[in-house]
Design a protein around this ligand. Structure first.
Ligand SMILES: [Zn+2]
Length: 257
């Protein structure tokens, strides 16, 4: 397969410490099945990594933002860090990954919501789409989406088909990755089937969530071929066609050439 665009990856993760630039050279080199990568930033160091790496590889784009699980390590003025970063690169294509995550005990709901509001408002100000993360926080997340109606993608969508329809009706895109290929992921498969072709995008969330038959191993963006293969079976269509549509959707949302 060719023309793979990974709409959500974390090559700054410690999982790539041993061979980060070897893998990126390979993925971004000529003859690779991968042509585009979107870095999902999580904290200040991750924002820097995204901007630096985007300058190094043509097909590498970045988001900038603070992940809800990084609330403990926020800089004093997160908004200022983002606005200053915006002036330093023309390859910043989104604000992300931002959202709500109530999965682990001890999370600060009010702080997460305040941080998310700031980032949604900033994205609107700069006319940038958002990359959203939502885990165990559907009600609060939906309420904010209804309030702001932002442009963006809900990455690694794992909610019900009903929630998918609600998000789609608000104009959002939905991201699907390795989980789609897991045997017990019936809900995700049903949701994927509910998404019209012009509103889904493939992603890995690598190094996490490798698809079958690599489940449990370190993931990289080439494995989107396996996700597309599986998605093609589900939707009874050609996987390369789905890959191409996904790449088109990514380019449209993030306004890439
Ligand atoms: Zn992520």
């Amino acid at each position: 397969m060719r023309g793979i665009f990974d709409s959500h990856c974390h090559y700054d993760s410690a999982g790539f410490d041993a061979d980060r630039y070897e893998i990126l050279d390979e993925l971004m080199g000529s003859g690779s099945s991968v042509t585009g990568l979107m870095h999902a930033a999580t904290d200040e160091a991750s924002i820097r990594f995204g901007i630096e790496t985007a300058a190094r590889y043509e097909g590498f784009y970045t988001s900038i933002g603070f992940h809800p699980e990084c609330c403990d390590t926020l800089p004093k003025d997160p908004k200022r860090v983002l606005t200053e970063a915006l002036g330093t690169s023309d390859k910043i294509a989104a604000i992300g990954e931002v959202g709500l995550d109530y999965h682990f005990e001890g999370y600060d709901r009010d702080l997460q919501i305040k941080l998310l509001r700031m980032q949604i408002e900033l994205a609107a100000e700069y006319d940038l789409p958002l990359i959203f993360h939502c885990r165990d926080a559907t009600a609060d997340f939906l309420a904010l989406m209804q309030e702001y109606k932002p442009k963006g993608v809900v990455h690694c969508f794992s909610g019900s088909a009903e929630t998918a329809r609600e998000l789609l009706s608000l104009g959002l895109y939905l991201g699907f990755g390795g989980v789609l290929t897991f045997k017990n992921a019936k809900k995700v498969k049903n949701s994927f089937m509910a998404v019209p072709e012009d509103r889904f995008m493939f992603e890995t969330d690598c190094p996490y969530l490798a698809p079958e038959p690599y489940r449990g191993q370190r993931c990289d963006s080439r494995m989107i071929a396996n996700i597309a293969e599986y998605a093609g079976e589900l939707r009874n269509t050609d996987p390369q066609r789905l890959l191409d549509i996904s790449a088109e959707n990514i380019k449209r949302l993030f306004k890439l050439k």
